[in-house]
Design a protein around this ligand. Structure first.
Ligand code: NAP
Length: 307
C-alpha cells in the first residue's frame, strides 16, 4: 500500500522511515514537510497539494507535534484517506472524539498509535498481571529532555504536554497491562518559570483494591534514562524496565520474545491489518489521565529551563 508521511522531523527519521522501508506492506510514496524530505520520495510542502496530486495514496501517517495535527487529520479523513496518528492522538480529548466521529462518517480507518504498548515485554507483563491482586505500583519515568527533544520548543508550549509527552508513554503501558482501571486523584506539576508546560510531575491514582499507584516523571535526568514500572502483588513482584523492553518477576528475567521486532514495525503491521479490515483503533485512556493531571494538578514554579 502506498503511504504518505507528514512532518519529517525526529520521530519520522528515527523510526517511521526505517519501519516503512523494512515492511513488505508499505511503499513510502510521498512526504509533506515545510523544511525536510526523504531521498528518492516525492516531496511536498503543502498537504492539500499532495492530497490532490496523489489520489493513489490511500494512507497518511501524521508525525507532527500534537497541536498542528488535528487540521491535517481532519483534511486527510475528509479526503477519504486512512489515517495513522503519532502519540498523543490530539492536543485535546475533544479533538480525538471529533476525529473518531469523522472517520466513522467517512468509513476510513483511524489508528491512534501508542508505540510503547508495542515494546517487547508489554504483552508478557499484561498476561502475568491478569490474575494477580495488586498491592502497590510505582512508575518512574526520568529522562533528559535535551537528549530526546533537542531544541523542540513545542514541548514547552501550551498543548505540547511537557514531561507528559514521554509520561503518556508510561500511561499507555500502565493502562494496557493493569486488568483494573485506575483514575488520577492527585498531581503536582513543576513548571519552569519561563515555560508553559511542566518539566516534572508526580501523580497518585485510585485503584479498586486500594493499592497505592504512583507516577513520577522528570525531564531533568542527566544520567541514563529510567523508564520503570514496578508492581507488587499477592504472587510476587513484577519489574518492567527500559520502557517495556525488560521484564523480571521476583528478579527472574522473562526471556520470551514476540515475533516481529521493534515498536514501530509492529505499529505499521497493525496499521496494515486495520486498513485491511476497516475500523477505528483509538484508545484514549492514556490521554484521559494526562487531561486529569492538568485538571487536578497543583502547580509549582521551578527554575527556568533553557536549551
Ligand atoms: P519534531 O521533530 O519537532 O516535529 C516533527 C515535524 O513536524 C517537524 O519536522 C516539522 O516539519 C513539523 N511541524 C512542527 N510544527 C509544525 C506546525 N506547527 N505545523 C506543521 N508542521 C509542523 O517532533 P518529533 O520529535 O518528531 O515528534 C513528533 C511527534 O512524535 C510528537 O507527537 C511526539 O510526541 C511523537 N514522538 C516523538 C518521539 C521522540 O523521540 N522525539 C518519540 C516517540 C513519539 P517542518 O517544519 O519541516 O514542516
Amino acid at each position: 500500500m502506498k503511504i504518505a508521511l507528514v512532518g519529517i522531523g525526529k520521530i519520522a527519521r528515527d523510526q517511521h522511515v526505517p519501519a516503512i522501508a523494512a515492511s513488505p506492506d508499505w511503499d513510502l510514496a510521498a512526504t509533506v514537510s515545510r523544511h525536510a524530505s526523504v531521498e528518492g520520495v516525492s516531496a511536498y510542502d503543502d498537504f492539500a497539494a499532495m492530497l490532490s496530486a496523489h489520489p493513489d495514496i490511500p494512507v497518511i501517517s501524521l508525525c507532527l507535534p500534537p497541536v498542528p495535527r488535528f487540521a491535517y487529520a481532519d483534511m486527510a479523513i475528509r479526503a477519504g484517506r486512512h489515517v495513522m496518528l503519532e502519540k498523543p492522538p490530539g492536543a485535546t480529548l475533544t479533538e480525538c472524539h471529533t476525529l473518531r466521529a469523522l472517520a466513522r462518517d467517512h468509513h476510513v480507518a483511524l489508528y491512534a498509535t501508542w508505540h510503547s504498548r508495542q515494546a517487547d515485554k508489554v504483552p508478557a507483563a499484561k498476561a502475568w498481571l491478569k490474575d494477580k491482586t495488586l498491592r502497590s505500583l510505582s512508575v518512574i519515568w526520568r529522562e533528559d529532555v535535551r537528549k530526546w527533544h533537542p531544541g523542540q520548543d513545542w514541548v514547552f508550549e501550551a498543548g505540547g504536554l511537557g514531561v507528559f509527552d514521554p509520561g503518556i508513554n508510561a500511561l499507555s503501558i500502565l493502562s494496557e497491562i493493569l486488568p483494573d482501571p485506575v483514575h488520577l486523584t492527585q498531581a503536582e506539576l513543576c513548571f519552569p518559570e519561563n515555560r508553559d508546560t511542566p518539566i516534572a510531575a508526580t501523580c497518585r491514582f485510585h485503584h479498586p483494591t486500594g493499592a497505592p499507584v504512583t507516577l513520577e516523571l522528570d525531564w531533568r535526568e542527566v544520567g541514563n534514562d529510567i523508564w520503570t514500572i514496578e508492581a507488587t502483588t499477592d504472587a510476587g513482584t513484577l519489574t518492567l524496565e527500559n520502557g517495556g523492553g525488560k521484564l523480571t518477576i521476583d528478579g527472574q528475567a522473562d526471556e520470551s520474545l514476540p515475533g516481529l521486532s521493534g515498536e514501530y514495525p509492529r505499529l505499521y503491521d497493525q496499521m496494515a491489518k486495520l486498513v485491511a479490515r476497516g475500523g477505528i483503533d483509538m484508545d484514549l485512556a492514556p490521554m484521559r489521565h494526562v487531561a486529569d493531571a492538568f485538571t487536578l494538578g497543583r502547580r509549582v514554579t521551578v527554575e527556568a529551563f533553557d536549551w
